[in-house]
Design a protein around this ligand. Structure first.
Ligand SMILES: Nc1nc2c(ncn2[C@@H]2O[C@H](COP(=O)(O)OP(=O)(O)O)[C@@H](O)[C@H]2O)c(=O)[nH]1
Ligand SMILES: [Mg+2]
Length: 367
């Protein structure tokens, strides 16, 4: 048995030369599961051995975090400087941005943290071009902006690197339930027709993950990669849009062709340098983040209807407590809500109550 890198290389080579068909599919499923496990191990070892070194861990701040990801020189720093308070070095050379530069975009009462990440290049997920650290920062984002320009828009390369690093763009975790037991082997149940895997494949992959006695319920027609993602449990699901920059450098018809080539993506066109579509871009980010505005009403007083507190969709009263004061959660007695999330005006709610946009909220705490 060679080291992990060699084992992974061997499996990759075997997968590359094995054609997918009815006879080989089970073998391929097993190989993929084995490789996924080896890669998880490899990642753990790297994390353990790298100890110290330069960390890209950026402290989260603001109401949401958006990460700019893209090839060098597409205009990430230029955009960051336009929409936030940060000053990121804009350069004519590749790799001008060597550190993650956070900036805050202040828009309609919301503070959005925007991270300018060093350029992602091919094979970044294997550690070249400092890509792994970059990707680690990208993983903490609520939204990714995949930035390209009119001359270089091979978005697939970026998505592939992110995929290899465990990021799943614009997709949801699959709906699977596993009930482990002590005997009885593996029972595969499904509520929809399975067209991409048969029962044997599911069982093979589960046993490669050491699960030998369990009931599994599949509620979606998934393939083996999705099952492996689920079992490895370390994937990050994040939404992304594409920004096409430098539209000032081509005539409109040519820009339209680029957009056509980016078929299937939500593409936002702009010129960061020439200030085209910058205000609209801020609005777009704000809309995508789906912020919720809460008007606070101190007990026995009128609500402040001028300046809302901005929180994320699906936030609870507890989240508002955290914003207001570090003791509020502990001292919380009850809250009252007027507005969209209230069954009736002034409804008394608990700390887990989920708020909606334009609620008026009164929090009552112990003195
Ligand atoms: N013509 C044009 N040039 C741009 C635009 N945005 C950025 N640039 C230029 O492209 C180069 C690289 O920009 P930079 O922001 O450093 O790219 P980064 O590596 O992605 O951060 C700089 O010379 C910028 O002035 C744009 O919209 N139009
Ligand atoms: Mg830069």
């Amino acid at each position: 048995m060679g080291n992990i890198d060699e084992q992974i290389a061997d499996i990759e080579a075997e997968l590359a030369k094995t054609k997918y068909n009815k006879n080989t599919q089970h073998h391929i499923g097993k190989l993929k599961a084995k490789m996924a496990r080896l890669k998880d191990d490899q990642e753990k070892r790297r994390a353990a051995s790298s100890g110290g070194g330069k960390s890209y861990a950026v402290k989260k701040s603001g109401n949401a975090t958006v990460a700019l990801v893209g090839f060098p020189s597409v205009g990430k720093s230029t955009l960051l400087n336009k929409i936030t308070d940060a000053t990121s070095e804009v350069g004519r050379y590749e790799f001008t941005t060597l550190d993650v530069v956070p900036g805050i975009m202040d828009y309609q009462g919301a503070k959005v943290q925007i991270l300018d990440l060093p350029g992602i290049i091919k094979d970044a997920s294997k550690g070249k071009g400092r890509g792994r650290e970059v990707i680690a920062a990208a993983r903490s984002a609520d939204l990714l902006i995949l930035m390209v320009d009119v001359f270089r828009y091979d978005i697939d390369i970026i998505v592939r690197e992110l995929y290899k690093a465990g990021m799943r763009i614009n997709s949801k975790p699959v709906d699977i339930k596993i009930y482990k037991s002590f005997r009885g082997g593996l029972n595969v149940n499904h509520t929809v027709e399975m067209t991409k895997m048969d029962e044997e494949m599911v069982k093979n992959i589960m046993s490669s993950y050491g699960i030998i006695n369990a009931d599994i319920v599949l509620r979606e027609d998934i393939d083996e990669d999705q099952l492996i993602d689920y079992l490895s449990g370390n994937k990050v699901y994040v939404d992304a849009i594409v920004v096409l920059n430098k539209i000032d450098l081509l005539p409109k018809e040519e820009v339209d062709k680029v957009i056509e080539a980016l078929d299937g993506w939500n593409v936002f066109r702009m010129s960061a340098e020439k200030d085209l579509m910058i205000e609209q871009f801020k609005q777009e980010i704000f809309d995508i983040c789906q912020f919720v505005r809460i008007f606070l009403k101190p007990q026995g007083q009128d609500a402040d209807l001028i300046e809302p507190l901005v929180i994320k969709e699906d936030s609870t009263v507890g989240i508002v407590c955290d914003y207001l004061h570090r003791d509020f959660r502990e001292k919380f007695r009850y809250a009252r809500v007027w507005g969209p999330s209230a069954k009736f005006p002034g409804q008394r709610v608990s700390i887990g109550h989920v708020l909606k946009d334009e609620d008026v909220l009164s929090i009552v705490v112990r003195k």
